[in-house]
Structure formats: C-alpha cells, structure tokens
Design a protein around this ligand. Structure first.
Ligand SMILES: C[S@@+](CC[C@H](N)C(=O)[O-])C[C@H]1O[C@@H](n2cnc3c(N)ncnc32)[C@H](O)[C@@H]1O
Length: 315
C-alpha cells in the first residue's frame, strides 16, 4: 500500500527534482507518510508545484548533509501537533493562552525549539496550506509591486520570504524583526547559506513592546506570527503606523490550528477580517486554504486547520 502511494507520489513529482529529493529523504525515514503526502501534493496547481519547487530548492541548501535529522525532526513535529489536535478537539481551545506559558514550554527549551524549527522548515513545502500561502506571496504579493519598495517582515523564521522578496529588482531595503535571538540567528545563518547578497537589517524586538521606527515600509509581511501573540490587534495597529500610505501588508494566519506555541485562537474568516480592519487596514484579498486541500466549508465546520492569506492596505 505504502509502496503504491510512494510510486504515485514520485510520478507526480517527475520534473520537480528538488521537491522529489526532499520527499525521498523524508520517506527514507518515514515511509508511512507517503499517503499523507500524496493527498497534500495531488491537488496542487502548476503554480503551487512551482512554488513548492522554489521552496524545496532553498530548503535543500539549508538541510544539506542533515537530511535524516530534518526528516526525523519533521516527524517529531507532526507528533507534537497531533497531541495538540487531540486536546483542541476535546476542549475546544488551544492548550496554552499566554506568552509566558509558550516561553516556558517551547521558546526557552533549546532542544525542543531546535527540532521544532527544523520540522517547520519542511512543512513549508510538504503541507498544502503552507505552500498555498507561500505561492500567494510569490505570485500575488511580490509581482504587484509597481515601484521600489522597502520590505519589513515580522517573525521571519528561516527567512525564505525575506530571501524571495530580495530577488525582486524593485526591493530597495530589507528589515526583519523577531523577539527571539535564537530565531534571528537561524534567519541570519539561513540567508547566508542561501547566498543572499543584499543587506538585511535583523532586529531583536517584541512587536508588542517595540518603539515606532523612524522610517516606514511599503510592504510588510507577518506570516504565522499573530497566533503566537496575546494581543494580535495591538501588533497590527502598530504595523498600521509603520506602513506607507500606499503600502501593502501580507498576513498569513491559521484558523483552528493547534500547535505547541499557538496561544491566540481565530476560528473564522470573519474574525480575521474584523481583526485586520479593526487595526485600520482595508482587506483587498482574503484567501483560504485548508489542510490537505479539504473543502473550506467542511474544514471550518469541523474545525480543521485553514490558513488565511490576507492582502490589505491602510484604510
Ligand atoms: C512560526 S514562526 C514563523 C516563521 C515564518 N514567518 C513562517 O511563516 O513560517 C513565528 C516567529 O514569530 C516570532 N515571534 C513570536 N512572538 C513574537 C513577538 N512578540 N514579536 C516578534 N516576533 C515574535 C517567533 O520568534 C518566531 O520566529
């Protein structure tokens, strides 16, 4: 059964050598995951498969020589998420609700963080909803810049979006903020490995505490961060003050998505719109992508994870 799925998956990825390499190195460690991956890859559009290949090409540089470790850490991360899902579906809320709790359990536990961050890198290309929002960033956000732009990202993780933003000839300056020194170290190392030559200003700061910078940004990205905050409304209002009058913000936030360090639960697209518009933005586009490309309505009804990709402008 697993062999059949593997063959089908490999056939689907013919002509996508970077993706196939990552998938093969994962299946060497976790062959039973082929069925999940087949469901995740089958519904991808050509544009999504192209975005997957771009992410895989970058990820392969970051994991070179440590493929088995990253594959093992991805499996471990999926196990942690399954534990959180069981709690969420039993109790109806995320297990943690304060930054102090997430910090004690996750952020300050370096061993845990190391594995978790490795696992999350692979989700960027293996999970349907993660690829879908990444594709939105590549094809609906970056190319729509019509003049030189200054880029700010909050919580850049491995810096893949910073890296791809930097490839735009219109990208003038790049800055990224993160509360975690460990995470920023990862970002710096990853951008160096990826060979980024444009300078990136990496700033250690808490989005909920930081002072208003003396400059404003034309494109702001905050991806998979709001659900980590006690007060996402405060963060968005702050970013509203940091954006140019004709600037754009790209927000990627998951709904009903239990994770060891998710503390702020959003359950519906209406809540996302209210949050973003309440902070002084006008939503131009809100796209929803469910795990495994499930139907959005049934995913929302059954509280299965859905990623919301939002493009908004100052109101
Ligand atoms: C899950 S990662 C997101 C990585 C990447 N943006 C992505 O889309 O995969 C969340 C990031 O947000 C950062 N973060 C969490 N709370 C923050 C805060 N209050 N201020 C700034 N960054 C924060 C974390 O340190 C982490 O690097």
């Amino acid at each position: 059964m697993s062999d059949e799925k593997t063959d089908e998956l490999r056939a689907l990825l013919a002509g996508r050598p970077e993706t196939l390499q990552v998938v093969d190195s994962l299946l060497a460690v976790w062959p039973e995951h082929a069925a999940y991956l087949l469901k995740s890859f089958s519904p991808r559009t050509t544009a999504m498969l192209d975005a997957t290949e771009a992410a895989a090409s970058a990820a392969r540089k970051l994991i070179a020589g440590q493929e088995a470790t990253f594959a093992g850490d991805y499996r471990w991360t999926c196990d942690r998420l399954r534990d959180e899902e069981l709690f969420f579906h039993r109790e109806g809320h995320y297990r943690l609700s304060t930054f102090a709790e997430a910090n004690a359990e996750v952020y300050s536990n370096h061993d845990y963080m190391g594995r978790y961050v490795n696992g999350l890198l692979l989700t960027q290309l293996l999970w349907y909803n993660h690829v879908a929002t990444f594709e939105m960033f590549l094809n609906s956000v970056l190319p729509n810049a019509d003049k030189p732009f200054d880029y700010l990202e909050v919580g850049p993780g491995h810096g893949l979006m910073v890296y791809f933003a930097a490839q735009s000839p219109l990208c003038r300056t790049l800055e990224a903020w993160d509360v975690s020194a460990v995470s920023l170290r990862e970002t710096r190392a990853a951008l160096k490995t990826l060979g980024l030559t444009k300078p990136v200003s990496l700033v250690e700061t808490d989005i909920l505490q930081t002072k208003r910078p003396d400059r404003r940004f034309d494109l702001i990205v905050i991806s998979e961060v709001l659900e980590h905050l006690e007060a996402p409304d405060v963060a968005l209002r702050f970013l509203r003050d940091c954006i140019t009058d004709d600037g754009r913000i790209f927000i990627n936030v998951p709904l009903n998505s239990p994770s060891p360090d998710h503390i702020y639960l959003l359950s519906t697209p209406e809540e996302v719109t209210a949050l973003v518009e309440g902070a002084g933005f006008k939503v131009e586009q809100l796209s929803l992508f469910a795990t495994q490309a499930k139907r959005i309505e049934s995913a929302l009804t059954n509280r299965i994870s859905v990623s919301a990709g939002v493009i908004a402008r100052p109101n």
